[in-house]
Design a binder for this molecule. Structure first.
Ligand SMILES: Nc1ncnc2c1ncn2[C@@H]1O[C@H](COP(=O)(O)OP(=O)(O)OP(=O)(O)O)[C@@H](O)[C@H]1O
Ligand SMILES: [Mg+2]
Length: 310
């Protein structure tokens, strides 16, 4: 590993010829300079990647938020994304289901494939993409509707539960199907026991931890393949956090989970592999979680996971 200063890896370098010596230190406080090695992110795993990201750059206006990210995300496992504030974790997560399309100033360059299909191709159906790649946000955001309606809203919108006169005339018992779906998703999200007798209550009356599990249940209701989570437990108390963590581990048996967290212990506990993003929107190291936390290749990663900066 090299600790030598390498100016060409300073993200500001390409734009600024007149960079002063002071500018070199304008990275996250305490972060050492080091030459990033491409092999540190060459994570080898068995099986096929669910998502393949290749040379991804993201800009907000003229500001680059991510640079040259290349990584394959294995299926049916938990991938943790960690790194200091502002290093681009949320930006990266949003690239995986094209949520950045909603941000006017954002431009994305590079490739993301979902099971070999380019998601940035023209004409791709974004509704289908976001059904396959669901998202759970940092603050729980249930709809101001009943618990039941929170779950059935998505499937109804996608036509998985038919409602209306035609369905009734055809003898389609959508009520029963809806009932089953609501129960299955709430059970999967470990919330059923707590809410089974109040499904018609407003979801906003639930506690924060319950609301977050409801949002996970709502995400599961449309039958996704990938679940993106952006700090899903950061607003919760330790007990609610433990429930979400258990849930994430269980979900990985059936789904591909990508989770952003600021909590190192959490990343170490729940993830199979960990990607470390550092200042300048660079992916510095990606490997088995044990390796990242016990014996990383990069000095900066070691400093970060041991709490020396960030
Ligand atoms: N909508 C936006 N418009 C302009 N700049 C943005 C926008 N969203 C993020 N950025 C910038 O892009 C960079 C990466 O932000 P991002 O939110 O992805 O970081 P993060 O790693 O998720 O940080 P945190 O840990 O604080 O959530 C930051 O410099 C941020 O200011
Ligand atoms: Mg973020």
């Amino acid at each position: 590993m090299s600790n030598t200063q390498n100016a060409s890896h300073d993200p500001a370098e390409s734009n600024r010829d007149d960079r002063s010596a002071d500018a070199v230190t304008q990275t996250t406080a305490g972060e050492s300079q080091e030459e990033t090695q491409t092999e540190w992110t060459d994570y080898e795993f068995r099986g096929e990647p669910k998502l393949s990201v290749d040379d991804l750059d993201v800009y907000y206006g003229d500001e680059r938020a991510l640079q040259g990210i290349t990584m394959d995300i294995p299926e049916n496992s938990v991938t943790a994304l960690i790194g200091p504030s502002g290093c681009g974790k949320s930006t990266f997560l949003r690239c995986l289901n094209r949520m950045n399309d909603r941000i006017k100033s954002a431009s994305v360059d590079g490739s993301v494939e979902l099971e070999g299909e380019e998601i940035y191709q023209d004409g791709l159906d974004l509704v289908t993409l976001r059904k396959r790649v669901g998202m759970v946000f940092q603050s729980p955001n249930p709809f101001p509707k009943t618990i039941r309606d929170n779950i059935s809203y998505g499937p109804r919108k996608h036509g998985d539960i038919e409602t209306g006169l035609l369905a009734r005339l055809l003898g389609d018992d959508s009520g029963e199907r809806e009932e089953k779906l609501v129960e299955r998703c709430l059970k999967q999200a470990a919330l059923w026991e707590e809410v089974s007798d109040r499904l018609d209550d407003n979801a906003l009356g639930l506690s924060g931890g319950q609301q977050q599990r409801l949002c996970i249940a709502r995400c599961l209701a449309v039958d996704p393949e990938v679940i993106l989570m952006d700090e899903p437990a950061s607003a919760l108390d330790p007990i609610a956090t433990a429930k979400i963590e258990d849930l994430i581990e269980e979900l990985a048996e059936e789904y591909t989970v990508v989770v952003v967290t600021h909590n190192m212990q959490q990343a170490a506990r729940i993830s199979d592999q960990t990607a470390v993003f550092l200042t300048g929107g660079e992916l510095v190291e990606f490997d088995d979680t044990d390796k990242i936390f016990e014996n990383p290749e990069s000095q900066r990663v070691e400093d970060y996971v041991t709490g020396k900066f960030g």
